[in-house]
Structure formats: structure tokens, C-alpha cells
Design a protein around this ligand. Structure first.
Ligand SMILES: [Zn+2]
Ligand SMILES: [Zn+2]
Length: 374
């Protein structure tokens, strides 16, 4: 990339729900979802200047968008603008159009410029991760802001370094899942430590000289294998294996019970799959579920069957990420629901995914910023 090309400002702002109404009112009657978070898409400008980012694009042949205008620390206002028709600073013959609006401040910006490297982005991401690591010392609103900042800056950085195009689809799913956690999950100690651990892994991956398709040690390839093994099992075994992948009860949960409620430790997913494959090959049905109460046993199998049904409806790369979460200790039904919820939530970030993906692994795609009919 030539150094004469402009670099995006990249200032980020979160659009909270109370800002959605004015964002819709800026283009009354026009379709297009409001984004939950947006960046200033202008070329780098004076720190005191006004930022401009797309709050929602108007799909259709006429184009245009509702733009948010804000200054650092201020509330945004919204205006509808037609797309820029110039190709001012773009190199001659480039097959790129300007992402900005009519009569925007110079220069024009292309998608290639949009995620150009920013020297301040990684330090800002590390700063936010540090704040997350000491969450107990900050106000809840500040922790939420740091979580969003860390997730979104990591996403920007991955895209700016061409690492994004190299990453496996299930790593994209993980980034989107983390963005959705940062945006809307209750920030419990478990969620916070997951955010810090996984986002740090991605940030380090950005810094690697030759980044691989998957984060080393993050269990992606293993999850691909486990997903295949799960799919090869007979239905009752799929329900049994996933039904046993539950949250472990930690000690007595009810005040009148003095006995530990855990009947036996939860089997590891890889071990459970190996055992199930062996037994089902001998034609054996799953053994009775282990648990303390009759209702509990029936419930486990029912939830296991539901988890499998919902799992296979997810896009393939999301199935892999969900299996990875289960193998790491998340309850099966929770991991699958979390994936489905995340796919919906990241639409607020302008990411639209096809719900029903092919059942086979496909090469990682460079961008998901395409609209998909549902
Ligand atoms: Zn700006
Ligand atoms: Zn332009």
C-alpha cells in the first residue's frame, strides 16, 4: 500500500438504544438496520474536528446512508446523505469506490484505506484489556466500555493487517462472539476472563510475523474433529453426549442439602465422544443418564437432543466454535444458544451472516459485509 494513500480516522462510538430512534428518523421510511458501534470513516483529521460514521446504510439502487456526526466526548446527531460520486484521491483505474457521502471533506476513502494500520490501535486495545483485567476497580459502565473497545479494536486490527483474510471461519465466529459478549452479555468474572484471554490471543496473533489460520492452542482444529465425530454418532448417542455436557454443580447449591449435588464429574467432550463411538459401534444404546433425580435424567437427554438440533442449524464455522466452547466447559445448550444470539447481535455492527450455511468447511472469506436475504 502506498504511503500517500489516506488513512482512516477510525474513532469509534457506540450507539446505545436511545440513539436508534434519531438514526431511523434521519432517513424516514428507508430500510437498513442501525449499527451498534461505528467508526469515523473520514481520512485522519484534526482531533478537534467532527467525526462522521455510517449509522445505517440504505440498501437498494439509490444507496445513501444515515450518518452519525459527533465530536470526541459528545452525543451524535444524524443526517441522511447520498453516496459520494467522486473518486478524487483514488489511484487511476482502481476498482474501488469512495465509501463517503456527497460533499464530504477531502480526500475520498476506499474500503482498502478504511482499515489501514493505525499505530495507536494496538496500544489502545492493550489499555482496554488491562482495564478489563482489573474490572473490580472500575465502574460497571467503564468496564462495559472497555470490553467493547477491546473487542472492536481487535476486530479493526485483525482486518487492518490482512490477518482476517487468513483466519479460519471459526476464528471469525469467535471474534464475532466476543464482540457480542462485550456488547450485551452480563460481564460476570467468567465472561470477563474469557474476553481477556481470547482477545489477548487474537491481539498476539496480529503481532505474529506469519499468522496461521487458527490461533495456536485455542482448540479450533480439535473442535473440527470432535464435530465430525459427533455428527457420525447415532441420534440417541448425540443426545446423550451433549446432554452430559452440563455446567458442573459446585458444592451444595440448596440450603437444605448438605450432600454435594454432583453425582459424577462431567466427562471431557473428546473422551465422551470416543466412548460413545466405541459403544455405538458395538450396537449398544446409551446407558441411563447419571443424575440424582428422575426428572433430571429425562431433562438431560431432552436438552442434549435440543442442543444437537440447534447446533446443526448454525453455519458450519459457528458449529466448530460452539463445540470448542463446549469442550472448554460451557454447557452444550448454552454454547449453542450463545452462538445463535451472537449471530443476531452482530448485525448491529453491520455484519450479516447467512443463517443456513453449507455443511462442509469452506475457505475463510475476506468480508461478511454483504447483505443476505432471510
Ligand atoms: Zn474522525
Ligand atoms: Zn468521496
Amino acid at each position: 500500500m502506498s504511503s500517500t494513500r489516506p488513512r482512516i480516522c477510525g474513532a469509534r462510538i457506540a450507539l446505545t438504544q436511545d440513539m436508534w430512534r434519531p438514526a431511523y428518523d434521519a432517513g424516514p421510511g428507508k430500510p437498513g438496520l442501525v449499527r451498534g458501534s461505528l467508526v469515523c470513516e473520514l481520512a485522519e483529521h484534526a482531533a478537534t474536528g467532527q467525526h462522521c460514521g455510517v449509522a445505517r446504510r440504505f440498501p437498494g439502487p439509490l444507496g445513501g446512508a444515515a450518518w452519525a456526526l459527533w465530536v470526541d466526548g459528545g452525543e451524535p446527531s444524524f443526517v441522511a446523505r447520498d453516496d459520494c460520486a467522486r473518486t478524487g484521491a483514488l489511484p487511476a483505474g482502481a476498482q474501488e469506490s469512495c465509501l463517503l457521502f456527497e460533499r464530504h471533506p477531502d480526500p475520498c476513502m476506499s474500503a482498502q484505506d478504511a482499515y489501514a494500520q493505525s499505530p495507536t490501535r494496538l496500544p489502545r486495545a492493550f489499555e482496554a484489556l488491562k482495564a478489563l483485567g482489573e474490572a473490580g476497580r472500575h465502574e460497571p459502565a467503564a468496564v462495559r466500555a472497555a470490553a467493547e473497545e477491546a473487542a472492536l479494536l481487535t476486530w479493526d486490527e485483525l482486518r487492518s493487517r490482512d490477518v482476517w483474510a487468513v483466519l479460519a471461519g471459526w476464528e471469525h465466529a469467535a471474534v464475532y462472539r466476543l464482540m457480542s459478549w462485550a456488547h450485551s452479555r452480563t460481564l460476570t468474572p467468567d465472561v470477563l476472563s474469557g474476553l481477556v484471554r481470547e482477545l489477548t490471543g487474537f491481539v498476539r496473533h496480529c503481532e505474529a510475523r506469519t499468522p496461521s489460520a487458527a490461533r495456536p492452542g485455542a482448540g479450533g482444529e480439535e473442535a473440527v474433529v470432535m464435530l465430525d465425530r459427533l455428527g457420525a454418532l447415532p441420534e440417541p448417542w448425540q443426545a446423550a453426549v451433549l446432554g452430559d455436557q452440563r455446567e458442573e454443580t459446585r458444592g451444595p447449591a440448596l440450603s437444605f442439602s448438605h450432600a454435594p449435588r454432583r453425582s459424577r464429574p462431567r466427562p471431557g467432550l473428546d473422551q465422551a465422544l470416543a466412548d460413545a463411538a466405541e459403544s455405538s459401534a458395538r450396537g449398544e444404546p446409551p446407558p441411563p443418564a447419571a443424575g440424582r433425580y428422575e426428572w433430571d435424567l429425562a431433562d438431560r437427554r431432552r436438552l442434549g437432543a435440543t442442543a444437537y438440533e440447534r447446533l446443526v442449524r448454525l453455519p458450519h464455522e459457528w458449529q466448530v466454535d460452539a463445540v470448542r466452547q463446549i469442550a472448554a466447559g460451557t454447557e452444550a445448550i448454552s454454547a449453542v444458544s450463545d452462538a445463535a444470539g451472537s449471530i443476531n447481535i452482530i448485525r448491529g455492527f453491520g455484519v450479516y451472516l447467512a443463517w443456513n450455511a453449507p455443511h462442509h468447511c469452506h475457505p475463510p472469506h475476506a468480508t461478511q459485509e454483504t447483505t443476505t436475504a432471510h
